[in-house]
Design a protein around this ligand. Structure first.
Ligand SMILES: Cc1ncc(COP(=O)(O)O)c(C=O)c1O
Length: 376
């Protein structure tokens, strides 16, 4: 990052200049959706729900078509009430956003001033740092040995200027997770002035009994925010609906700065319907569970490093550094066959690909293609 302490006379500049640090931000790189010369490629690059979305959510979305001229309910009341009931939460402690991404951005805006910092793991989801840098804050990065969050490393990174700590559990792009006992240990050692954000974007896919998303624990704290999204399990990524459960004082701060209509009518209605469709949720979780084991086993059998075990709807796979067999080569090979995976160079992982768990035929196609790739 550029040195934000050097005042730049932007008033005298020959053209408008963004504030210091903005142009040093690496913009978010979304998963590829197209491959040259391939029609209808299979997108395994953005961890979307390969089963689609709930038919009930679809009907609710279509039903909203006659109300496009109306502003949405700024309080997101129908979804607020549905989530509060389902998870037994106080409705007024909920924050809604244009995806959980917006909830992170709002927390950063509300808590960071220039020179403050956030703490995150070295492979943390990119949106945390983008939001912090936009506030001219620093990002302190904790080592993740074996691609896993290490509570002691996270705590070591905390200093007097730390205002937020972001922990995606399970993580993206690693897919790994830490038991809730470790989250509790982290929280106990954290200064009470630091907001601990537990990002549960993939939490529904983490089925080990030692895992918890933290909602129950957050209820009794003044500094824990738990976030969730409708983009993954519920397959509503296009509608951009995320939410956070936060202490009342944090909600009060965020509500002062959020855009008034940050979730759409269609998004609110579809999310309420999706939440009620437990059959679709169960099928999605079972599908991921079954094919995640299969894919991990098969890729491991090809001699590739499968990071994990993954507790998400994707796997992170390590490739050799030998020319012709690298992650970049594999990505190009798979792309040419219409199989789109995600390179994770921007996460400091040049030798890995992140692959969403697909439908059965997708998973088999990935294994067949990588088997042929390695045999060349
Ligand atoms: C770890 C993690 N958190 C949060 C999100 C944000 O999801 P959304 O903004 O769609 O709610 C993602 C999206 O990929 C993610 O991987």
């Amino acid at each position: 990052m550029s040195d934000t302490s050097v005042p730049l006379d932007r008033a005298k500049a020959a053209k408008p200049m963004p504030k210091p640090g903005i142009m040093d931000i690496h913009a978010y790189v979304p998963g590829k959706a197209q491959a040259d010369g391939v029609e209808n490629p299979i997108k395994l690059s953005a961890n979307e729900n390969v089963l689609g979305s709930s038919p009930m959510a679809r009907a609710a979305f279509v039903g909203a078509a006659d109300e496009m001229q109306v502003y949405p309910d700024s309080r997101t009341s129908i979804l607020r009430d549905a989530i509060a009931t389902r998870f037994r939460l106080e409705p007024e402690r909920l924050i809604f956003g244009c995806g959980s991404d917006e909830v992170f951005a709002l927390l950063n805006q509300a808590f960071l001033e220039p020179g403050d910092n956030i703490v995150q793991g070295e492979f943390a989801f990119a949106a945390f740092a983008i939001g912090a840098h936009a506030c001219q804050a620093q990002v302190k990065v904790a080592k993740e040995p074996n691609y896993r969050i290490d509570v002691d490393e996270m705590l070591k990174a905390v200093d007097d200027r730390t205002r937020l700590m972001f922990l995606a559990n399970p993580g993206n792009p690693t897919g790994t997770w830490i038991p809730f006992s470790e989250v509790l240990r982290l929280h106990a050692a954290l200064p009470p002035s630091v907001v601990l954000v537990l990002d549960g974007a993939y939490s529904e896919f983490a089925t080990d009994p030692a895992f918890q998303d933290g909602l129950d624990f957050a209820r009794g704290t003044d500094n824990v925010v738990v976030t969730h999204t409708f983009s993954k399990l519920h397959g509503l990524a296009a509608l951009r609906v995320g939410w956070g459960y936060a202490p009342a004082d944090i909600v009060a701060a965020v509500d002062r700065i959020r855009l008034p209509f940050n979730t759409s009518i269609a998004g609110q209605r579809a999310a309420v319907a999706a939440l009620a469709d437990e059959d679709f949720q169960t099928r999605s979780i079972e599908h991921v569970d079954q094919w995640r084991s299969w894919l991990s086993q098969q890729l491991g059998g090809l001699g590739l490093e499968v990071v994990g075990p993954s507790a998400t709807n994707f796997v992170l796979v390590g490739f050799p550094s030998a020319p012709g067999r690298t992650a970049g080569d594999a990505d190009a090979y798979l792309s040419a066959q219409g199989l789109l995976t995600r390179r994770v160079l921007n996460y400091g992982l040049p030798n890995h690909l992140r692959i969403t768990i697909g439908l059965e035929e997708h998973n088999r196609a990935v294994v067949d293609a990588l088997s042929a790739f390695l045999a060349r």
